[in-house]
Design a binder for this molecule. Sequence first.
Ligand SMILES: *Cc1c(COP(=O)(O)O)cnc(C)c1O
Length: 390
Amino acid sequence: MQNLTAALAARKQQQLYRVRQTLQGAQGTQVRIDGRVYLSFCSNDYLGLASDPRLVEALKEGADRFGVGSGAAHLVSGHSYAHQALEDDLAAFTGRPRVLLFSTGYMANLGVISALVDRHGRVFEDRLNHASLVDAAALSRARLVRYPHNDMDRLREKLSRVSKGMRLVASDGIFSMDGDCAPVAELARLATGHGAWLLVDDAHGLGVLGEQGRGWFLDQLPAVPDNALLMATLGKGLGTFGAFVAGSEALIETLIQQARTFIYTTAPPPAIAWASRTALRLVREGDHLRARLRERVQYFRDGARELDLPLMASGTPIQPLLVGDAGAALRLSECLRAQGLLVTAIRPPTVPEGTARLRITLSAAHEAVQIDRLLETVAACLEGDSLAAR
Ligand SMILES: *Cc1c(COP(=O)(O)O)cnc(C)c1O
């Protein structure tokens, strides 16, 4: 039996220990922790919808109509009108024939990949893919083939070497820890040309990018071929909870029959699905929110450039500052916290060794003065840290 206490102590020593913090009130640009109010730059609530009163109202209405618990899995008796109506709304929104809801994005990725590829197949994944896509490949027991970040030549090479068995290419649409985008149209061409499925995880694109907030995948691939699947989550830009997969009739039917993370789990509370319908309407009508968000991103990048902060190549609301060393990233995050600013340090194994960073996320709800305060404080903390290191 392994000594857990010793392993935990070693983790602490390596500056890799993780702790939770408890929010006393609602999610937002200002959050209360231990009685103190912090300015937060670390949620994925990009449009500021998570605590929107219209969503709160919709959730209450959903609870009045459908109760709280779904009571069973979708295939037993847990599939309610609220779930069905949300699936129909999402199919209309994405322009895809059908949509299937999953409880979480993590489960959607596990369910899709393990339903489509077995141990005789191969899954091709970008090196920087989200952990859920990597875990999904492990669950399928297929051979996992990883290609360098967004390197389409290497992917083509690797695809060319295999001509038998089920093949699936999976990529984040927007890379969750880097904020840059995958070349979705090229991915689709390669997958189609090599007889492979393509799964794009648009968790950070839905609601945030594209016309009416349809996301990066649909923005880049308006005519979606049947081998290309869209997965997106509802807990980020939409501000609620859950996830969905959109695709052909046959694909969705296959997932209903075979996706174990869909079959063997209780359906999410129908009131959440009901609230997600309202969130989807707010997203569709949210061009002003997306315009504001783009402005904020530009404002942040201009200010960071002026201060010579280590920006990464991202045009999305995910704006990491590359620090490198895990300890330094943690110190920076702690310095900000002491000044009342909440930004998470992202360390290995979430990101590759030597690329620890501060993951700043912007929201349409942030004010310019709040971004000023962030920039000034980051610059002061970095300055103090380098002085201390001398
Ligand atoms: C957040 C995230 C997920 C997981 O979605 P949940 O609904 O939170 O389980 C999957 N993929 C990516 C890229 C994500 O950022």
